[in-house]
Design a protein around this ligand. Structure first.
Ligand SMILES: NC(=O)c1ccc[n+]([C@@H]2O[C@H](COP(=O)([O-])OP(=O)(O)OC[C@H]3O[C@@H](n4cnc5c(N)ncnc54)[C@H](OP(=O)(O)O)[C@@H]3O)[C@@H](O)[C@H]2O)c1
Length: 252
């Protein structure tokens, strides 16, 4: 058996409708996983599900959910267990950026924290009993912004710093149960995240490219490959680890 084989493994990916999450879902499907893709945009989710099915002929499950709504988060778990009977890997990937500053008040803080952190805590708490049964694992998609402050991104940076602490706490708490938890912290990745945040994508991307040691930015496949490695048996000695993949952006 190929050690990077997810045959009969059930993988939940939040934010599976776009960018890193979509690519990660497709790469898991290529390695025979049964994938559960979560997001709000049904049309985009369907397109990703089609690509997943094309890979190995395995039908994925779409769960439409707004992660800021607790009952919709609970439904993700219920639907997954009803449909596939188990959970082996949880990829907490969905996230948003807000360009804001302190004098703008608390609305952006609430929006970012409810998406990037609270929903992750709730979904993970519901997944853990199932992950303990399968000796599965969790991968949280963080950001280099969890380790370095960027202008007007303090709230986003705070959410990712807290996510990193959560990942390490999970690793400690769940190790005795045989469940691993790891983080992946990308630098800039070419996705629609800036467009979704209403920012000037072209200008920012150019600046990001210039400001990395390797003079380039990641593509979603780079991140997906790291997620798959950590989630697979190849990563069986890795837990509590925050894995930076940033073309040297943090050092630049
Ligand atoms: N791109 C980068 O440069 C970069 C760098 C470092 C870290 N990251 C992290 O990587 C992760 C993925 O980002 P991306 O670049 O792939 O961004 P993206 O293309 O904007 O995708 C974000 C995903 O999150 C989902 N999402 C957002 N809010 C949601 C909500 N309330 N309920 C359900 N789903 C929600 C979106 O789904 P719907 O639109 O269908 O709701 C979408 O699938 C994020 O956690 C981000 O912080 C990105």
């Amino acid at each position: 058996m190929n050690i990077m084989d997810f045959k009969n493994k059930v993988v939940i990916i939040t934010g599976g409708s776009s960018g890193i999450g979509a690519e990660t879902a497709i790469q898991f499907a290529k390695l025979s996983a049964k994938v559960v893709i979560v997001g709000r945009n049904e049309e985009k989710l369907k397109k990703v599900a089609e690509q997943c099915e094309e890979a190995q002929g395995i039908k994925s499950l779409i769960v439409k959910a707004d992660l800021t709504n607790d009952s919709e988060v609970k439904n993700i778990m219920e639907e997954t267990v009803k449909h596939f009977g188990q959970i082996d890997v949880l990829v907490n990937n969905a996230g948003i950026v807000a360009h804001t500053e302190i004098q703008n008040g608390v609305d952006d803080f609430d929006r970012v924290f409810s998406t990037n952190l609270r929903s992750v805590y709730l979904l993970t708490s519901l997944a853990v009993p199932h992950l303990i049964k399968t000796k599965g694992n969790i991968v949280n998609i963080s950001s280099v912004a969890g380790q370095k402050l960027f202008p007007n991104l303090t709230v986003y940076c705070m959410s990712k710093a807290a996510l990193d602490v959560f990942t390490k706490g999970l690793a400690k708490e769940l190790a005795p149960s045989g469940v691993r938890a790891n983080g992946v912290s990308p630098g800039p990745v070419k996705t629609d995240i800036l467009v979704h945040a209403g920012l000037d994508e072209a200008a920012i991307m150019k600046n990001w490219e210039k400001s990395s040691l390797l003079g380039k930015i990641c593509v979603s496949r780079d991140i997906a490959d790291m997620v798959l490695y950590l989630a697979s048996d190849k990563g069986n000695s890795i837990t509590g680890s925050i894995n930076v993949i940033d073309n040297g952006r943090l050092l630049a």
